[in-house]
Design a protein around this ligand. Structure first.
Ligand SMILES: Cc1cc2nc3c(=O)[nH]c(=O)nc-3n(C[C@H](O)[C@H](O)[C@H](O)COP(=O)(O)OP(=O)(O)OC[C@H]3O[C@@H](n4cnc5c(N)ncnc54)[C@H](O)[C@@H]3O)c2cc1C
Length: 429
């Protein structure tokens, strides 16, 4: 494979590069993976870090970062090479997203929504069962989506949440797709829809309603609705605690016609993916792996008197600071270890142990990032939490991780506890 050419070489010459979160040699990454991840890290550090405060302050979508991601080929990171993408696998994508999250949480989180539209339809779908005809249809349709992304820089989002039990996987989605000649008519509402008003296509999960049948999760469709289609509206304010640049407003769909080629997966395949490829829901965690590293990095620099924008005053000589940094480092290594293992073993039909580990990894990254950021603020002190520095944004952004459905921190605890104590179909009745 040819390593991607770095488009940021000039900017790179001017700054000292951070070491990768996961050292390629220690974590046995290939040269190809190392090159892709390095490109994400360099873009994050040299360009995105400098823009992050303004996106956060104004709750503004990082449009400029998306133009850079497109130029660098990173909008197509998980698109198979035969379709013009970088052909990254799950692990390579996750490690790259962690590097972006280290410098701009909102960019990494929204990039995740975009990339999943290609990861799930790409390498993940290749692991799923389809008959030859369905596979050929999927191949033809995904080529349409991939071409838009690679050639035109089209941005996809993933609005699933509706405010009810559907996004947690409990019931069928309330957003409905009624089959009509040549496609579907979609009606419904999605809340917390990151990239609202900024994505070109909304990758909507909805339930196909068959005449006379009850809504079923088995009939979930995954459709790319053009943002400009008649009947699509973005409503509501967006002024949250953290992840402000995600612009996660409400989407309304009223009698939106969607052609058949808008299907990101053939009928039944999303349900199969959710059952057989559970790590598909672990992809929100890389952003928070990056935020955990960022909080730690900031603290070390600050205590050494080396943090940009602060006076060069060292505070590292106090034993309490050293103990706090030790606690942060231990937590960071714990998160890194379980998270790396989980993203490495992502595959179809994982064992029960691997699924429990994936929940534990998600919980560890989401809660761990905020624990490390909390310790960072206590340890660095008042001058470090000013809005002129990144730490308070890292703290706020990291607080949002454990709220992300379907694997919120609470739901992870719930599932780990239940699945550890009960075998499938076992009950006390
Ligand atoms: C910054 C940000 C960006 C987001 N972007 C997107 C996006 O792009 N697309 C998208 O689809 N969603 C997105 N979300 C939405 C997110 O996944 C949640 O749906 C959203 O936070 C609303 O959840 P809630 O806490 O109000 O959910 P509720 O369903 O009210 O749940 C509240 C809490 O109850 C618990 N809970 C829920 N169901 C169960 C259950 N069955 N058993 C036990 N406990 C349960 C969970 O811990 C949950 O946190 C985003 C959220 C944030 C904060």
């Amino acid at each position: 494979m040819t390593a991607p050419v770095s488009k940021t070489a000039t900017a790179m010459d001017k700054i000292a590069l951070d070491a990768p979160i996961f050292d390629p040699s220690a974590f046995r990454l290939s040269d190809e993976q190392t090159a892709i991840i390095a490109q994400a890290r360099e873009l994050g550090q040299s360009i995105f870090a400098g823009r992050a405060a303004a996106y956060d302050r104004d709750a503004k979508f990082p449009t400029e970062n998306y133009a850079d991601l497109h130029r660098a080929g990173l909008l197509g990171i998980a698109i198979p090479k035969k379709h013009g993408g970088l052909g990254a696998d799950y692990q390579t994508y996750a490690l790259s997203a962690a590097e972006i999250g280290r410098y701009c949480g909102a960019t990494a989180l929204t990039w995740n929504m975009h990339v999943c539209s290609t990861l799930w339809t790409g390498p993940l779908a290749d692991d799923l069962d389809m008959d030859a005809e369905t596979r050929a249809e999927h191949e033809r349709r995904r080529a349409v989506h991939y071409k838009r992304i690679v050639n035109d820089g089209a941005i996809y989002s993933q609005p699933f949440s509706e405010g009810g039990a559907a996004a947690a996987g409990g019931v069928a989605f309330g957003t409905e797709a009624k089959p009509v000649n040549g496609g579907w008519i979609v009606n419904g509402k999605k809340i917390f829809a990151s990239l609202s008003g900024h994505a070109d296509y909304y990758g909507v999960l909805c339930t196909e309603i068959a005449e006379g049948e009850k809504a079923s999760r088995r009939n979930t469709l995954y459709l790319a609705l053009p943002a400009k289609a008649d009947g699509v509206a973005v409503v509501g304010d967006w002024d949250p605690l953290g992840m402000r640049g995600t612009v996660s407003r409400t989407l309304l769909f009223r009698d939106v016609f969607v052609p058949e080629d808008a299907a990101l997966m053939p009928r039944g395949v999303y349900f199969q993916a959710a059952m057989r490829w559970p790590h598909m829901f672990l992809t929100l965690s890389p952003t928070y792996m990056g935020l955990a590293q960022a909080a730690y990095d900031f603290t070390v620099r600050y205590l050494r008197g080396e943090a940009a924008g602060t006076p060069p005053v060292k505070r590292r000589m106090y034993p309490t600071k050293q103990i706090a940094v030790a606690q942060m480092q231990i937590k960071l290594e714990q998160v890194k270890a379980i998270w790396f293992q989980a993203i490495t073993e992502a595959r179809a039909n994982p064992s029960k142990e691997q699924v429990l580990r994936a929940y534990a990894a998600q919980y560890s990254a989401m809660e761990g990032a905020n624990e490390i950021a909390t310790l960072a603020i206590r340890t660095c002190g008042g001058q470090a939490m000013l809005k002129s520095l990144p730490l308070e944004r890292i703290y706020r952004d990291s607080r949002c991780g454990s709220l992300m459905l379907p694997w919120t921190a609470e739901l992870c605890l719930d599932r780990i506890g239940r699945d550890a104590l009960y075998e499938t179909d076992e009950s006390d009745d």
